[in-house]
Write a protein that binds this ligand. Structure first.
Ligand code: SIN
Length: 303
């Protein structure tokens, strides 16, 4: 069997596949399906300093080849995460990534300080949620505020820091370079592009928030393009996210330059998707006589 291990931000992952934040709860919800220790890592539900009820419903809309959400970072808050959620997965042999969101830079800083000394292996700084008015994508959409948020959080944590980027910007490579310059150890991308659906009977948007973040196979080519551009713009590793559904998608994402691959909306249809992707990737590498998955990272040869 091929060697599936990769290294990102100084952390060893037994394989590159990570369930994406917001699609995998706090990990314990999946323990009935399979041992989560088969996963390279898991990025847990976006967590803020204080609990949040999220946006009013409807918060989910169907879309061709995907869906749109405007959940609005519903979560129980970092203290509850530490006392009730993290202990349920802390002993699992996989990389635990805490996805931290906030309304202001100070919130992010206080949250990551609380995680120091915990079983969390890595922070994913979520400055790209499109569904909140303060913080989120408002911070991550320009180089100055994205850099400031990264710098402040970098100072506040000794844990490896990955910054999750928004595709809803003019040039995602510039934002990636800005967070790299302020101490990010890795970047993950893409968070969801903003979309909208309208109910033609009522003439109202389907989502109460009017707009929301698109995910699913529809966004895969957009994600591959941005991963490729960012991987060529920065020296730090990239975690590729966006519409990955099959092992072939994961391989394509890695060829574009991703060191790890996050699987999100696919799990809503098939909770086993990450496991099947790991398995499929393993067989494909064997068929191709490739001894290590690391050989395919960034191996695309542009025309
Ligand atoms: C949400 O909770 O609205 C989605 C989180 C995100 O896109 O970062």
């Amino acid at each position: 069997m091929a060697d599936l291990s990769v290294s990102m931000a100084g952390i060893s992952f037994k394989n590159p596949i990570i369930p994406a934040s917001g699609t995998f709860g706090f990990g314990r919800e999946y323990l009935d399906y399979y041992p989560v220790s088969v996963l390279g890592g898991m990025s847990l539900k976006g967590t803020t300093l204080h609990r949040r009820a999220g946006n009013p419903p409807p918060r989910i809309a169907e879309a061709p080849m995907g869906m749109i959400n405007s959940v609005g970072l519903q979560n129980p808050g970092v203290d509850y995460f530490l006392s009730h959620e993290l202990p349920k997965v802390a002993d699992e042999d996989t990389v635990i990534i805490a996805n931290i969101a906030g309304s202001a830079i100070e919130d992010y800083v206080e949250s990551v300080r609380k995680l120091e000394g915990s079983a969390v292996d890595m922070i994913e700084l979520n400055i790209s949620c499109p569904n909140v008015k303060m913080g989120g994508a408002a911070l991550g959409s320009n180089c100055t505020s994205a850099g400031e948020a990264t710098k402040a959080v970098r100072k506040a944590t000794s844990k490896p820091l990955m910054v999750k980027l928004s595709p809803n910007v003019t040039d995602i490579s510039e934002i990636a370079r800005a967070v790299e310059a302020e101490g990010a150890d890795a970047v993950s991308l893409i968070n969801t592009p903003i979309g909208m659906r309208i109910d033609i009977r009522t003439r109202r948007p389907v989502l109460h928030n009017n707009i929301g973040g698109m995910s699913g196979p529809a966004i895969f080519p957009l994600a591959v393009r941005m991963v490729w551009q960012v991987a060529n713009a920065v020296k730090i590793p990239v975690s590729g996210i966006g519409g990955v559904t099959t092992f072939q998608d994961a391989i394509e994402m890695m060829m574009a330059g991703a060191t790890t691959v996050q699987v999100g909306a696919a799990m809503f249809q098939n909770p086993m998707a990450p496991v099947e992707i790991i398995d499929g990737m393993n067989h494909w590498l064997d068929e191709q006589n490739i001894s290590s998955v690391r050989e395919i990272i960034g191996s695309v040869q542009p025309w």
